[in-house]
Design a protein around this ligand. Structure first.
Ligand SMILES: [Zn+2]
Length: 339
């Protein structure tokens, strides 16, 4: 497929040399939901060298309306999103090295994953992970692209350590914490608009066209026909603990990591295991079946049906307790199953 990238090479800001650069770069994408699906597809088709995809969830029916990489078969198989994304992206472009990681992007995991990474792409749906990405980006001087959407509204900002303000600086200007996906649903076009803003920035940075990189905070509302672009140069705070004079990286502090989290927009609580260790899912499944539970399993996770709740347990020991937002109830259900 010699002419696979011909149209992109014809685009003069990229050209042959830009295409070669793209093919030598490694992007770490955190999240493989709606933003991760679209960004992953754009970058894979564009011919990025290597794409590492981290996601902690599996494909469900309610994802299909906007998460463009996934199919009904992925829902039936309960495939982890990182694995389903890898399968689809490999079929699109086998030249790209795709590395799926089924797990939670904790500070520890980010430390391991950022080796050799040229750029981090935010495709998460939560504040805790974004702030950890922000700190890891400052610590290792890796650019990252923030993106978020809810309803018909979306926003994006490009963060280059040593040059732009960071997300922690921006918090003093923009109420980003309040952006969660459970407030008013979401429409596909808002997702696509954020993907366009993020992936264009990724291409500019990977081909090293630094002049072209957007230095404003972009936001839009597609239903209300509103588009804004705010200059952020003055937002950089010398006292910022992430990017300022005294860099402490507060969000990489494991003490601040919560053991359980209510997942974005769902009656689901994620429980992190007390220690990092790989579970033997086969052994666990047969023990639970003997106890009378109905268990479904694939190589990556097992799902246990209970009266009111459904619990999914991953190989890394994480549990997703569906059907509740009560963290202590979720923790006791998780402990009962894992004994
Ligand atoms: Zn900062």
């Amino acid at each position: 497929m010699d002419d696979r990238y011909s149209r992109q090479i014809l685009f003069s800001p990229i050209g042959k040399s830009g295409q070669d650069k793209l093919g030598s770069k490694h992007v770490l994408m955190i999240g493989a939901g709606a933003l991760g699906s679209g960004n992953g597809e754009v970058l894979t088709r564009a011919g990025v060298g290597k794409l590492t995809i981290v996601d902690r969830d599996y494909v469900e029916a309610s994802n299909l309306q906007r998460q463009q990489l996934y199919t009904e078969e992925d829902v039936r198989e309960k495939l982890p999103k990182a694995i389903a994304a890898e399968k689809r992206l490999r079929a699109i472009n086998s030249d790209v090295e795709i590395v799926p990681v089924v797990g939670d992007a904790s500070p520890d995991m980010l430390e391991d994953l950022v080796v050799d990474v040229d750029l981090i792409l935010d495709a998460t749906d939560n504040f805790e992970t974004r702030m950890a990405i922000n700190d890891i980006s400052q610590k290792y001087k890796i650019p990252w692209i923030y993106g978020a959407c809810v309803g018909s509204f979306g926003m994006s900002f490009t963060i280059i350590p040593g040059k732009t303000p960071c997300l922690n600086c921006l918090l003093k200007r923009i109420p980003i914490q309040g952006m969660t996906c459970d407030t008013g649903g979401i429409i596909g076009p808002a997702v696509q608009m954020v993907i366009a803003h993020q992936s264009a920035e990724v291409l500019k940075i990977l081909v090293e066209d630094w002049e072209a990189v957007r230095d404003s905070f972009a936001s839009f509302d597609l239903w209300r026909n509103q588009y804004t672009s705010m200059k952020m140069g003055k937002a950089k705070d010398p006292g910022c603990l992430s990017c300022g004079d005294l860099q402490e990286y507060p969000y990489l502090d494991k003490e601040n990591l919560s053991r359980s989290t209510v997942l974005c927009g769902r009656d689901t609580v994620q429980i992190r295991p007390p220690r990092q260790s790989e579970l033997n899912l086969g052994d666990l499944a047969s023990r639970l079946v003997k106890l009378g539970y109905v268990v479904k399993a694939n190589p990556y996770l097992l799902s246990v049906e209970m009266d009111e709740q459904r619990v999914v347990i991953f190989k890394d020991g994480r549990g997703l307790v569906h059907g509740t937002k009560d963290m202590s109830q979720a923790r006791s259900i998780y402990q009962r199953l894992l004994g």
